[in-house]
Design a protein around this ligand. Structure first.
Ligand code: SF4
Length: 323
């Protein structure tokens, strides 16, 4: 079970497919975030995920958590997910020095698509694509960086081209993220299927020619599509078994998923009991079309992974023979 710290819900972007970014919510303080980390470590620990909103809008919290995690043997890895706007060379240096840290940057492909869907909140917020491009060489030199390519319905027909664009930029570590919890039309689902087929072929070709490509989706499985299940500390200090309440459509469910607070944490049994309820809550409260779309895109992503496992195992065997 992972620790998920939703350090803030604030974000300097308003991506068209994003269910989470919100103003007017508290962010976790350094003390609260460390309290969550210590609680989790005392229960055995594992992986820690820093999510938002945009976590780098509260850099002091992220730094404090990363430093403490580094010194805490019970914390295995620290995942930081960002839209990239808060990154600079100092942050990349920090990630490079900490072997526990894994950085995930959202970049959806060609600049037109990235700009179309990843809109800035205010005029003084820089363009995310341009910002990441300015840091591209440094990012490419930083170990353990993964690019999340979000694929919303409106650009599903260009999923493979956008993937190719990211390859052209030199990136080789990816996480594919079709739009979850939003409606997809049938033609968009078919376009996504074609896109996944082409991406799958491209990845197999890279592996077959001895090239390196890491696809995080091959290593992840979640009982609930998209949302993280685990020991979830929301930005107001409440504790839940899932971060599904990040979605504004599912905000009302927070009262049902809340199982404690940082000052009154749940027993492991109480948390496990609530975890069992999450999928049913989603099914009961989501619009049927949205739930069906979510199931459909999740099944396509799962099928893509299944279709890649054989080639991936072969590539690993080849790499071991060379070593
Ligand atoms: S960067 Fe992330 S949190 Fe911010 S609006 Fe986009 S998807 Fe939402």
């Amino acid at each position: 079970m992972s620790l998920i710290l939703t350090v803030t819900r604030a974000c300097n972007l308003r991506c068209s497919y994003c269910p989470t970014a919100k103003d007017g919510w508290p962010s976790l303080s350094v003390d609260q975030a460390l309290q969550g980390l210590r609680l989790y470590a005392a229960r055995g620990g594992g992986d820690l995920k820093l999510f938002g909103g945009e976590p780098l809008l509260v850099p002091e919290v992220v730094k404090a958590v990363m430093d403490e995690a580094e010194a805490t043997p019970e914390i295995r890895r620290v995942y930081l997910s960002t839209n990239g706007l808060g990154l600079n060379r100092a942050w990349l240096g920090r990630i490079a020095r900490s072997e526990k840290s894994i950085l995930t940057i959202s970049l959806d492909g060609a600049p037109e698509d990235n700009r179309r869907f990843r809109r800035t909140l205010h005029d003084d917020v820089p363009d995310a694509y341009d910002h990441i491009m300015r840091l591209r060489e440094d990012i490419l030199r930083t170990p353990r960086v993964v690019i999340t390519q979000t694929i919303p319905p409106a650009s599903a027909s260009r999923a493979a081209q956008n993937f190719e664009h990211l390859l052209d930029l030199g990136f080789r570590r990816f996480n594919l993220l079709p739009g979850y919890y939003i409606p997809w039309r049938m033609d968009q689902l078919m376009a996504l299927q074609r896109g996944f087929n082409e991406i799958g072929e491209r990845i197999r070709d890279i592996w077959a020619s001895g090239g390196n490509l890491y696809l995080r989706n091959l290593y992840t499985w979640a009982p609930t599509p998209f949302f993280n299940t685990g020991f979830v500390v929301d930005s107001d200090g409440t504790i839940h078994p899932s971060n599904l309440g990040l979605s504004s459509k599912l905000d009302d469910l927070r009262a049902q998923t809340q199982v404690g607070t940082l000052d009154d944490p749940p027993s492991p049994e109480a948390l496990a009991e609530k975890t069992e309820l999450v999928n049913q809550l989603l099914r009961d409260n989501l619009d049927e079309g949205v739930w069906e779309s979510t199931q459909a895109v999740d099944a396509m992503l799962t099928e893509l992974c299944r279709s890649l496992y054989g080639a991936w195992a072969e590539r690993r065997r080849g790499a071991e023979r060379v070593a």
